[in-house]
Design a protein around this ligand. Structure first.
Ligand code: OVM
Length: 393
């Protein structure tokens, strides 16, 4: 018997405090059934990881949201990476791995470091500010579109677009409807930004389009791959940086530890990604009757993977709910793993390292000075408002 749990993972109460429900799902068994949405779910580390590694049994090509592309027409052209299986996926992924290679990202380090130092200097001069808008959003919205080769105008449009796409992986609830209304005015703009002529001749966008010249992909495919960057490259890092600042502000002793050794910046960011898991969930669809634990789940089932619950599974992590920047957290699944593991992780980690490094060197204290507000999203975990005061070191 697969345990059926009366949990709604797409509602305000759940988003406000998902941890008791995460624990209930993990403790109920390796796989649970959520009748409210007629879906299965896995929340234990081993089972989430096992699903991520087995793309043959758990396809992404039928969508990684709650809707099955085999039954309903997808609302947008499917992503050639996220919503594809091999062999198509491997062809596009190989190209994106090259575009976002460690060497390509290393070349950005100097400019990204200057941007991080400048931002933190400016924020210190202000003293009090909203760490969401003025820090966690401001930094990726500068460095990432620069790296892609986008014009300076209207970059904030990327936020409502990402918010909509990440909401669209969940049910058609009020979070989704609101996000669609917010994004509607920017849809044409995003589409236009993926075109070759909209992008500078250097940058990730141009590199993708150049692959079309070599015949690796078609010109139309190049645009859809640029769209992947624009979709997945901003809201994710915004919420990752937000998670890190939120952790450092809540745990001053950990911030002191980081200040004493700024070389911990990279690990401090990684640990925030583990603990807060900016991308909380993705779905897969079973391609055959599959066995999880002792249970059989039929072909064509939508199965929700709780990355955030796996990253706090006490079966895997000691003091799972603690923000510990010296722990060995390398196995966390906050960036996924397997063939669909985050293609931009090298870039995200660079951003995290440089912002947290600047905080470690320049800032003496971070204090939360007002009521933080959560941002509700069917996939992403993050804040809408985080008022803080920072003092100089
Ligand atoms: C894409 C895409 C969109 C959203 C998320 C994502 C986390 C990828 O269009 O490829 O990865």
């Amino acid at each position: 018997m697969i345990p059926a749990l009366d949990i709604d993972p797409f509602c305000t109460a759940f988003f406000d405090d998902p941890y008791p429900a995460h624990a209930a799902m993990r403790d109920a068994g390796p796989v649970v059934y959520l009748p409210r949405y007629d879906i299965h779910a896995v929340a234990r580390y081993d089972d989430v990881r096992g699903m991520l590694m087995d793309w043959g049994s758990y396809t992404s090509a039928r969508g990684v949201g709650i809707f099955d592309f085999a039954k309903e027409k997808p609302w947008r052209l499917p992503s050639l990476l996220l919503e594809a299986d091999p062999p198509l996926h491997d062809r596009t992924r190989k190209l994106m791995d090259k575009v976002l290679s460690p060497a390509a990202v290393r070349a950005l380090r100097e400019a990204f470091a200057i941007a991080a130092d400048t931002l933190i200097d400016d924020l210190l001069a202000r003293g009090s500010f909203d760490a969401v808008r003025d820090l966690a959003e401001a930094y990726p919205l500068t460095v990432f579109p620069d790296a892609v080769g986008m014009p300076v105008e209207n970059r904030r449009f990327l936020l409502p677009y990402g918010n909509m796409v990440f909401n669209s992986f969940g049910p058609r609830n009020s979070f989704f409807e609101t996000a669609v209304a917010d994004a509607e005015p920017v849809l044409a703009w995003v589409q236009a930004q993926s075109k070759r002529d909209a992008l500078s001749v250097t940058g990730f966008g141009a590199a993708i389009h150049a692959a079309a010249d070599d015949g690796d992909i078609s010109a139309a495919e190049a645009e859809v791959l640029v769209r992947s960057l624009l979709t997945a490259g901003v809201d994710t890092t915004v919420n990752g940086l937000c998670a890190a600042v939120y952790c450092l502000a809540r745990f001053p002793a950990v911030f002191a530890q980081l200040r004493a050794d700024p070389s911990l910046a990279r690990l401090a960011f990684e640990e925030a990604v583990r603990l807060e898991s900016p991308v909380q969930t993705f779905f897969r669809t079973s391609t055959r009757d599959v066995t999880i634990g002792e249970e059989t789940i039929p072909e064509g089932s939508k199965i929700l993977m709780f990355l955030g619950a796996a990253n706090r599974d006490p079966r895997r992590w000691e003091r799972a709910d603690e923000y510990d920047i010296t722990r060995r957290n390398a196995g966390h699944v906050g960036f996924g793993t397997g063939i669909h593991g985050c293609v931009g992780a090298v870039l995200a980690r660079l951003e995290g390292e440089l912002v947290l490094g600047a905080l470690a060197r320049k800032v003496g204290s971070i204090e939360i000075v007002g009521e933080p507000k959560r941002r509700y999203n069917n996939t992403l975990r993050g804040m809408a408002f985080l008022p803080v005061r920072m003092t100089a070191a």
